[in-house]
Design a protein around this ligand. Structure first.
Ligand SMILES: *Cc1c(COP(=O)(O)O)cnc(C)c1O
Length: 424
């Protein structure tokens, strides 16, 4: 099946007389005839459901669709993108371990790594996504357990050279984890370029309608944990909390990572997506391919319009010829990147504020990547506490406006930009 078809048909094939839409199993618990039957589930001897803190059938149908879209062997849904990225790292790294991460990542993920996970004893080395192979090499330590990056970084819009990062990770016997939120599997499938684990904030394009916060983790099934057994004892030695099961032996390449994350991390942290949210996510996935095409088409036109406008000082969009990442984007995302653009208006902070105030269609929101066109002026919101000098140092200048181009008619979007720019 092609991507467009998987968006509709992936993950769930109803049998004779069953519902066409995935059923919402809105139940915390599941009934068994004997405690022996249930015991087998607790020992991971049989697969099935017993408590929605760990697993729910609705979620698993939607996760299977996302696994199919990414070309993975197993997947799970989490309550948010933050939970997905936390689980993806914490499933293989613990106190005393080290991770190499691109520095161009979502601010929430940076904080999770740099503050919260450091408190848990996990160290991070951040490297520029544009680093040389030598610089990347120098970031590794004997206790490095994974490499992390974003296909298109939010909000920097840098495009990662996935093959370069995969090569370095594999040379050191560790997996590459890629957050593929912005392009979605419609525009990029990182597993095809060497990524081992793929994560998502499904809150963005996948849901696409501002309806449900969520996350997902997909395993490629390609990373051989047993070949690097000493690095990953959590997967390659018996888990005493599950009667001595060794995940990599019992569930193989294709299932070990997600089974461990479900059995241990979901059990202990309970960051599961509500089945109702998984249902909404599935609705979003059905139109994902069509929406991504329109987001990219609209963003391309908006970026070209802004680039030509006399009041616009600069535009960053990886789909624009001449953009620093244009060539890398063409390689990894030949059919389009995403709908997010950043730009600056001549006149800096004051001009940006005037522009924002005059928008009528585009809403001001801290969100990105959904059907509604929205804008954010970080200097006035998410980065409000920083001085102009600090903003420049953070790569978010006082004039930077992040525009998430929606799927309204492009002429209405351009007319809104036009009249707001005229007011500056
Ligand atoms: C939004 C976002 C996250 C965090 O996801 P939530 O669903 O908000 O928790 C992680 N990574 C990227 C690239 C994002 O854009």
């Amino acid at each position: 099946m092609r991507t467009e078809t998987k968006c509709i048909e992936g993950g769930y094939t109803p049998k004779n007389g069953e519902s066409r839409m995935i059923p919402i199993i809105q139940s915390t618990t599941f009934k068994y005839d004997t405690s022996e039957d249930m015991g087998k589930l607790f020992d991971l001897e049989a697969s099935g459901y017993f408590y929605t803190r760990l697993q729910n059938p609705t979620n698993d149908l939607v996760a299977a669709k996302i696994a199919a879209l990414e070309g993975g062997t197993a997947a799970m849904l989490t309550s948010s993108g933050q939970a997905a990225n936390f689980f993806s790292v914490f499933n293989i790294a613990t106190c005393g371990d080290h991770i190499v991460s691109s520095s161009a990542i979502y601010g929430g993920t940076f904080n999770l790594f740099n503050v919260t996970m450091r408190k848990m004893g996990i160290e991070f080395t951040f490297v520029s996504p544009d680093c040389t192979e030598e610089e990347l090499e120098a970031a590794f330590q004997p206790n490095t357990k994974a490499v992390f990056g974003e296909t298109i970084a939010n909000p920097a819009l840098t495009v990662l050279d996935i093959e370069k990062f995969a090569k370095a990770a594999h040379a050191h016997g560790v997996p590459l984890i890629i957050d593929n939120t912005f392009p979605t599997p419609v525009n990029c499938r990182p597993i095809e370029w060497g990524a081992d684990i793929v994560t998502h904030s499904t809150t963005k394009y996948m849901d696409g309608h501002d309806a449900a916060v969520g996350g997902a983790i997909v395993d490629s099934g390609k990373f051989d944990w047993m070949a690097h057994a000493d690095k990953f004892p959590g997967l390659t030695t018996p888990d005493e909390s599950y009667h001595g099961i060794t995940y990599a032996e019992k569930f193989g390449l294709e299932g070990a990572f997600i089974t461990k994350a479900t059995a241990q991390l979901m059990r202990d942290f309970g960051s599961i997506q509500a089945p109702m949210n998984a249902f909404f996510l599935n609705l979003g996935l059905e139109s994902l391919a069509v929406r991504m095409r329109q987001h990219c088409e609209n963003a391309q036109k908006a970026a070209e319009y802004l680039q030509k406008h006399e009041k616009v000082a600069w535009v960053t969009y990886p789909g624009l010829p001449g953009d620093k990442y244009y060539e890398t984007a063409k390689k990894y995302m030949p059919n389009g990147t995403c709908g997010v653009i950043s730009f600056g208006i001549t006149g800096g902070r004051a001009a940006a504020e005037k522009f924002m105030k005059n928008l009528k269609l585009a809403i001001i929101a801290t969100h990105v990547a959904d059907a509604h066109t929205c804008v954010l002026h970080p200097a006035n919101s998410t980065h409000r506490q920083l001085s102009d000098e600090e903003l420049v140092a953070a790569g978010v200048g006082p004039d930077l406006i992040r525009l998430s181009v929606g799927i309204e008619h492009i002429d209405d979007i351009l007319a809104d930009l036009e009249q707001a720019l005229a007011a500056v």
